[in-house]
Design a protein around this ligand. Structure first.
Ligand code: 3PG
Length: 305
């Protein structure tokens, strides 16, 4: 079978080697399309692919229509909001993700951004420490749990809210379980977002919610830009000069946020999962899932059932 690795943001070279080895050992042919600039390049490359590994690459109806042989797409990562899963289902294309494989990398970046924030963007002035501060984790999935683990190492008090995770499971991890998003924002000095982008969560991080953060609150986003109501957050940051917003996903209103000098930071490109380890874990998991699918029809990680 022909397996296309289509990554606008490439994996680390060592990960590409590992993925290729995994697939070729199982008898598949590998085609690599990295750093493509135009959709036409992807449309051309996908034409005769039987399987495809992607990251945040957009798998639109146009891509699925062009992919006449495609049987399976594996998103090497967690969030699959960039894939039209319903249209893939219509076309009998299996969509899978590789949950948990890159979550430690994302969690570590949260703390990279937080230390930068509390030390005033390394401007030389006295900042504060994370130890003893209250960290609120919104959604206690794979990334949220890793954030909680690392936060305890910093000596932080950890809170979490997850609409789908039982309170007992949160508390079993030594984390205070909040009953609502509102309670989480009220209880935390810092809130870290780990919710997926769904119709329910889009723009849910709004003026009213973020305004519940106490003085000198910090909002950190390593999830998806869509979950933030940018217009309302801009208004709030205008009104509250104590708030900081650290994000690994450049907002659409990046230029407007940039005027909050020393209170706003965005990575130029989503960096959370961009480590050799995360690339290798997620990429090899994707390759193994493709091998299993062609060998036995296994669809354990299917997300468009
Ligand atoms: C994910 O959903 O797995 C993360 O957001 C990482 O995305 P990326 O592969 O585009 O870096």
């Amino acid at each position: 079978m022909k397996v296309l690795i289509a990554t606008e943001k490439p994996f680390a070279p060592s990960a590409v080697q590992g993925i290729t080895k995994e697939l070729t050992t199982a008898g598949h042919e590998v085609v690599l399309l990295e750093k493509y600039k135009e959709m036409t390049e992807l449309l051309e490359a996908v034409k005769d692919a039987d399987a495809m590994i992607v990251r945040s690459d957009k798998v639109t109806p146009e891509v699925l229509d062009a992919a006449k042989q495609l049987k399976i797409v594996v998103r090497a990562g967690a969030g699959y909001d960039s894939i039209d899963t319903a249209y893939a289902k219509e076309k009998n294309v299996i969509v899978e993700n590789t949950p948990g494989q890159n979550s430690n990398a994302v969690a570590e970046l949260v703390f990279g951004m937080l230390v930068y924030a509390v030390r005033n963007f390394y401007n030389g002035k006295a900042g504060t420490e994370l130890m003893g501060k209250k960290l609120g984790i919104l959604a206690f999935g794979n990334v949220g749990r890793n954030v909680a683990r690392i936060a305890k190492g910093f000596g932080m008090e950890v809170y979490a809210y997850d609409a789908f995770c039982p309170v007992e499971a949160i508390e079993a991890d030594g984390v205070h379980a909040c009953k609502s998003q509102e309670e989480l924002f009220q209880s935390s000095d810092i809130v870290s977002l780990h919710i997926p982008a769904t119709p329910q969560t889009v723009k849910s991080i709004n003026y009213q919610l973020v305004n519940m953060l106490p003085k000198k609150g910090i909002l950190v986003n390593t999830a998806r830009k869509e979950v933030i109501n940018e217009e309302e957050l801009l208004k709030l940051m205008e009104e509250r000069e104590d708030l900081k917003f650290m994000t690994d996903i450049m907002p659409d209103a990046d230029i407007e946020f940039k005027k909050f000098d020393g209170r706003y930071f965005s990575t130029p490109k989503k960096m959370g999962a961009q480590t050799a380890e995360a690339n290798t874990n997620a990429g090899i998991a994707a390759a193994k899932q493709i091998n299993a699918f062609f060998a036995t029809g296994d669809t354990t990680f299917q997300v468009n059932k």
